[in-house]
Design a protein around this ligand. Sequence first.
Ligand code: GLN
Length: 202
Amino acid sequence: MRNLADKTVGVLAVQGDFEQHIRQIKLVGANAREVKLPKDLAGLDALILPGGESTTMTLLIDRFNLREPLANFIRSKPVYGTCAGMILLSKRVLENQAKVQTFGAIDIDVVRNGYGRQLFSSVEEIQISLNGSLSSMAALFIRAPKVVRTGKEVRILAELDKHAVLVSEGKCLASNFHSELEGDTRLLEFFLSNFLPQTDDN
Ligand code: GLN
């Protein structure tokens, strides 16, 4: 794992389980910052959009004037979304759309709460392809969105029951499960070592 002492990772902190992400960022040796206002994005190396309620997050993003600054950040820097964060990064919400507004950064369509009772809240053992090798991971699903379409530029890094659960496109990574609630920091480390630029010139 590279030395992250000079990196600052923000977590959108308007709603949801941002504190768990903050804890994991510190665990891997990077600096963590809660993002509640546009000015909090200044100088961040990467951003995490946490799990929570994408409806409430949509509302608060607009209330705090974060939509445009977040859209700009997502276009230019690495962003990792978990669960509701994945919904916000997706292209479209096909069902249970409510008033959720997405950033369209990853070419996937999702159905909110798409597993219904089947995976209302459960831990599933999944196989993840990290840096070319398969590792198994206990993934916690909480009213997870179901990925029902993946565009051809999207890399599928893990699936469950033939649906993608971990995807990436460009500078963005997204999981429909929570990777931050336990002590397992492998996904965060994967994100930071593969998505942060190798040099410091951007
Ligand atoms: N069902 C939530 C939503 O639609 C996501 C759940 C989660 O983030 N754990 O936003």
